[in-house]
Design a protein around this ligand. Structure first.
Ligand code: NAD
Length: 296
């Protein structure tokens, strides 16, 4: 049976290293990193994600600032809030919690992400950061947190990426696309599957490394897997569960039980990529503050 990656444990290790770096910074220059978040609307899941980010930041000594805007706010209001954070030298990281609400007042996501200062784009979603990630010879200032978390899980689990066939299911700007770019940077041969792909099962079966980020619960069956494959399940899909505290629980895109019989290594949901995403956000914020203070 497959080895199960302990994403929670790996993320804890990263967070504790960040905490000691933050206290070293405080001791030596009397400064700490600070992160600003803009939350638009009242989505329950977004509120939970933001709450987790606040708690994780405070735990490692990173300051946190949040602006909540109503669902019907204008694009201009969001951009003004972003501009005030851009200009504030005491802020090192800025993020807009996605997805933005689909209200009557249309908020153009690309336009909004474009306003965030490149030096503070700790989510790594600014078009220039993504563009630099895609180009050889260029280095993005920030790498998106979930994709970076996926690669970090592979590296810390001793998985070799170079020369391997990697298949990424999903091509979104925030997960699938940057993950495929990162895998290429690590010299994998990368194939991307998406909603229009014909016969995905056949292509998935070629994967030495399979990253599932479609957001479709139980999409990947055991029959999709090459024996010995390494699987990173990014899918975080709520399914009804009357027995659990909130009436639902989270499952991945991969049928976990079937997969553990065929794969060699697998990251579970929950407890795999999820905790890594937050750890990478803290990492990017610390890096940003170090750059701002010229602190090494
Ligand atoms: P998205 O809806 O923006 O993109 C989904 C992608 O999957 C699209 O490119 C689509 O073409 C593809 N797809 C959809 N159905 C498919 C199918 N049947 N076969 C192949 N491809 C298919 O979603 P997203 O924002 O990229 O998120 C994907 C999943 O990852 C979701 O479950 C989300 O909750 C989860 N997620 C987890 C974290 C984390 O920290 N663990 C972070 C972000 C997203």
């Amino acid at each position: 049976t497959a080895k199960i990656i302990d994403g929670k444990g790996i993320a804890e290790g990263i967070r504790s290293r960040i905490a000691s770096e933050v206290s070293r910074m405080k001791e030596l220059i009397g400064q700490v990193p600070s992160l600003a978040v803009i939350l638009v609307g009242q989505r329950r899941d977004s509120q939970t994600y933001v709450r987790n980010k606040i708690m994780a930041s405070e735990e490692v000594g990173i300051k946190f600032k949040m602006i909540s805007l109503p669902e019907n706010c204008s694009e201009c209001e969001v951009c003004n809030a972003l501009c005030s954070f851009n200009e504030d030298p005491s802020i090192h990281g800025i993020l807009v919690q996605l997805p933005l609400p689909q209200s009557e007042q249309h908020l153009d996501e690309t336009k909004i992400l474009n306003v965030i200062s490149l030096e503070k784009d700790v989510d790594g979603f600014h078009p220039l950061n993504i563009g630099n990630l895609a180009m050889q010879g260029m280095e993005p200032l920030f790498i998106p947190c979930t994709p970076k978390g996926c690669i970090e899980l592979l590296l810390q689990s001793g998985v070799e990426i170079m020369g391997k066939n990697a298949v990424v299911i999903g091509r979104s700007n925030i997960v699938g696309l940057p993950t495929s770019l990162l895998l290429q940077r690590h010299h994998a041969t990368v194939t991307i599957l998406h909603a229009f792909t014909k016969n995905p099962e056949k292509i998935a079966r070629e994967a030495d490394i399979l990253v599932a980020a479609a957001g479709v619960p139980n999409l990947v069956r055991g029959s999709w897997l090459k024996p010995g494959a390494v699987i990173v399940d990014v899918g975080t899909n709520p399914v009804e569960d009357v027995k659990s505290e909130h009436g639902y629980r989270l499952i991945g895109d991969v049928r976990f039980k079937e997969a553990t019989k065929i794969a060699s290594v697998i990251s579970p949901v929950p407890g795999g990529v999820g905790p890594m995403t937050v750890a990478m956000l803290l990492y990017n914020t610390l890096e940003s503050a170090k750059r701002a203070f010229n602190f090494t």
